[in-house]
Design a binder for this molecule. Structure first.
Ligand code: AMP
Length: 404
């Protein structure tokens, strides 16, 4: 996409406002808010360290939770400032206001290589409205805008997009990687290029299927959305499995497009089925596997792909030179129904000769839970943003970054 990054400009001595995604989960313990998972903070460390090492004045800006334009102590970024201090070994000045005299004063006293964190930008009512006054006020604190918040790039807010109208705008190192792997690498992928899509609903993923049908050699469809395809292709009955009549024409159009383009479209041939499951309690009733292309009996539903499907998909994954995966193969939150998803995670990780890209959301959890996160090429940090980028949509936060 040829967007400018922090590596393309001079940052030494410059005030850089860096939009990061510090939207971390917090828990209240003994009256204090404690960070329960700091992955998102760690993901931005390469950018922060790069800027520190190059003598920039690093002004970090993020949202946390959904305070809807109101100050709320439980959604303050102060605990993040303390935690960041321990991660980078540099002190982090915390500005309890996001804009105005307080941060301006702090920034005026910053030396090269120092770091400050602004209070939650969503305490400002203008943020989610992409309000120009707020965008200008944020821009007024800095000389360069750095966007490293890929997970928020599908939103046109003041700090993710609007601010870029008033400052030179470049990507951080995380944003740069996300664009490389979820966009650039897929334009001219090394072939065979295998796309694996799963998840619940056909209508949620159809835009991704359609776009990647233009690029892929093979598309593998699993998860809840596969049942509509199985009904159409294999003529089986589905019992209580996830299915909507209105998904049929959508799935049929994808099948037709795959045929017209010579793309191999693979769907499951068997399923693990159950007679009951309670998602909230993570409990499942009796289970069994269907035979190959066997119908699913009334009162039963498919909650995972079966061993024959894993074999079929694994053979394709093993031949790939580029793999992208988005969406689980079954209800992987329930241990009994997670085997198919974990098996696919392992097959992807086992292909060390391919570029293997995990495109956000639940597949990321699956790869981590399967213990193979360090064996894949890239794991996206975005959920909605990854999906939109894979759909070929222009993300406001990416569009706002200056071209090279
Ligand atoms: P998505 O957000 O569209 O990627 O969907 C992820 C969700 O799909 C997960 O919560 C899975 O539990 C769910 N899912 C996957 N396979 C099935 C299935 N066979 N039946 C019901 N839900 C499923």
């Amino acid at each position: 996409m040829a967007k400018k990054s922090i590596r393309d400009i001079e940052v030494t001595g410059k005030r850089c406002l860096v939009r990061v995604d510090f939207n971390v989960p917090l828990d209240e313990k003994d009256g204090r808010m404690v960070i329960t998972d700091d992955t998102r903070i760690r993901e931005t460390l390469p950018t922060i360290k790069y800027l520190i090492e190059h003598g920039a004045k690093v002004i970090l800006c993020s949202h946390l939770g959904r305070p809807k334009g109101q100050r709320s102590e439980k959604e303050s970024l102060r605990p993040v400032a303390d935690h960041l201090h321990t991660l980078i070994g540099h002190s982090v000045a915390f500005s309890h206001d996001t804009i105005g005299a307080v941060p301006a004063q702090i920034i005026a006293h910053m030396k090269n290589g120092e770091v400050a964190l602004l209070e939650n930008v969503r305490f400002e009512a203008g943020e989610e409205k992409n309000d120009e006054t707020l965008s200008k006020a944020l821009a007024g604190l800095a000389e360069i805008y750095v966007n490293d918040a890929f997970g928020s790039a599908h939103r046109a807010h003041s700090s993710t997009a609007g601010i870029a109208a008033f400052l030179p705008a470049v990507s951080g190192l995380l944003m740069e990687k996300e664009i490389t792997y979820l966009h650039d690498e897929l334009e001219n992928p090394e072939r065979p290029f295998v796309v694996i899509l799963g998840g619940a609903k056909v209508n949620d993923k159809i835009a991704v299927i359609n776009r990647l049908l233009d690029k892929a050699d093979t598309i593998i469809i699993g998860g809840g959305m596969a049942y509509t395809f199985r009904k159409l292709v294999q003529g089986i009955t589905l019992g209580k499995s996830l299915y909507k009549p209105e998904w049929e024409p959508i799935a049929q159009a994808a099948l037709d497009k795959a045929k017209a383009r010579g793309v191999k479209l693979l769907i499951p041939v068997d399923a693990m089925i159950t007679d009951a499951f309670d998602f909230d309690a993570k409990k499942i009733g009796a289970t069994k596997f269907t035979a190959v292309t066997e119908s699913i009996p009334d009162g039963w539903e498919g909650v995972d792909i079966g061993p024959e499907s894993v074999k079929l998909f694994a053979a394709e994954i093993a031949k790939a030179k580029t793999v992208i995966w988005n969406g689980p193969m079954g209800v992987f939150e329930i241990p009994e129904a997670s085997k198919g998803t974990f098996a696919i995670a392992e097959e992807i990780a086992a292909n060390r000769g391919a570029k293997t890209i995990i495109g956000g959301g639940d597949s990321v959890k699956a790869v981590k839970n399967a213990g193979v996160a360090d064996k894949v090429t890239f794991i996206s940090t975005g959920g909605g943003a990854s999906l939109e980028l894979l759909e070929g949509k222009t993300l406001p936060g990416v569009a706002a970054i200056n071209d090279k």
